[in-house]
Write a protein that binds this ligand. Structure first.
Ligand code: SAM
Ligand code: SF4
Length: 333
């Protein structure tokens, strides 16, 4: 599938649910989250059908996200069904890791190729402050479980928020002793327009990846430690335009994802499917196309037409648009 700007679109991110066992400060409000009604959320078999159609049109990689994808009932069977669809080359997941100790082995056996685990701090108190409902040890256990189950690579996603004052060097050092690929992500203004899912984003809280990179190396120098160098062949397999570095001799890498300071729209290869069945051409645009209606009408031609319309609507760039109606947990981050 090529879009109208000549980009090959072969990657679909699917939000399995808008529900979550955390309430991260950059993603959801603490209380009063407006949840989607159950009957509006795609059923498991509808998601499988959506992937079948997508695969027929050229989608090769699927990422399951949310909300928290592991709170969705039937997720292991869903992974198995999707992984078995002809044309699908890999199925990955982004999770907060809490349920991985229970589920990692089954997910691996079902055909999940890779996991990204979200973790923003190694300080237990700060973890509670950020997630509002979680304990650091739960996510650390999730990382152990992912490695023990044989996932490779295991990536750790950290959102950098200036006012949180996270210890970036300590975090980057997670990549030294184990094959963990730490990726810093710029804090994005998603879900701000409606107020309902706002995260209190402000420009002043954004730290550009360049600034982060310099801060990590400065902290390393101050401690007499080696600095980050461009990663060579050890670059982890993956999708998404992260720039990777590594500490000398480290088992993993440190990546920087800069959707704001350096747009990678020119390399964009994705569409998103929201938990309620809307195809979304761009994270930063509120334009959506209703796939659920076509799925519920069992009309495969109409389903293909919705994919084609969403593809045709992919903008060339997000042009620094700030704020979207829907929050990250609804769109699927
Ligand atoms: N619950 C899962 C998790 O946390 O990994 C999957 C869904 S979560 C919305 C997906 C990713 O979006 C997480 O890595 C999270 O840190 C990131 N995210 C959420 N809100 C963000 C924001 N405002 N800016 C940047 N990243 C954000
Ligand atoms: Fe939940 Fe993930 Fe959002 Fe945190 S970032 S509230 S874990 S969906």
């Amino acid at each position: 599938m090529k879009d109208s700007h000549g980009r090959v679109i072969d990657y679909l991110r699917i939000s399995l649910t808008d529900r979550c066992n955390f309430r991260c400060i950059y993603c959801m409000p603490e209380e009063g989250v407006q949840q989607m009604p159950h009957d509006e959320i795609l059923r498991i078999e509808e998601i499988v059908q959506a992937v079948r159609v997508a695969a027929g049109m050229g989608i090769r990689s699927i990422r399951l996200t949310g909300g928290e994808p592991l709170v969705r009932l039937g997720v292991v069977d869903l992974v198995r069904d999707i992984a078995g669809i002809p044309g699908i080359e890999n199925v990955s997941m982004t999770t907060n890791g809490v349920l991985l100790p229970r589920m990692a082995a089954d997910l691996k056996a079902a055909g999940l190729s890779r996991v990204n685990i979200s973790l923003d701090t190694l300080d237990a108190e700060q973890f509670r402050q950020i997630t509002r409902r979680g304990e650091l040890q739960q996510t650390l256990d999730g990382i152990d479980a992912a490695l023990a189950a044989g996932f490779d690579p295991v990536k750790i996603n950290a959102v950098a928020v200036r006012s949180l004052n996270q210890d970036y060097l300590q975090f980057a050092e997670l990549s030294i002793d184990r094959p963990l690929h730490v990726r810093f992500i710029e804090y994005m203004p998603v879900g701000e327009s409606s107020g309902a899912h706002g995260c209190g984003w402000g420009k002043e809280d954004v730290i550009s990846c360049e600034e982060l990179f310099d801060a990590i190396n400065e902290q390393a120098r101050a401690k007499g430690l080696p600095e980050l160098a461009a990663a060579g062949d050890g670059r982890p397999v993956g999708w998404g335009p992260a720039t990777y570095f590594a500490f000398p001799g480290a088992q993993g890498t440190v990546g920087f994802i800069s959707p704001l300071s350096r747009h990678f729209c020119g390399q964009c290869n994705r569409l998103r499917l929201t938990a309620d069945g809307k195809l979304r051409p761009c994270l930063f645009s509120d334009e959506e196309f209703d796939l659920r209606g076509a799925l519920r009408a069992s009309d495969e031609e109409a389903q293909r037409a919705v994919f084609a319309r969403a593809l045709g609507a992919k903008p060339d760039d997000h042009h620094d648009k700030v704020g979207t109606e829907r929050g990250m947990s609804q769109i699927g981050g």
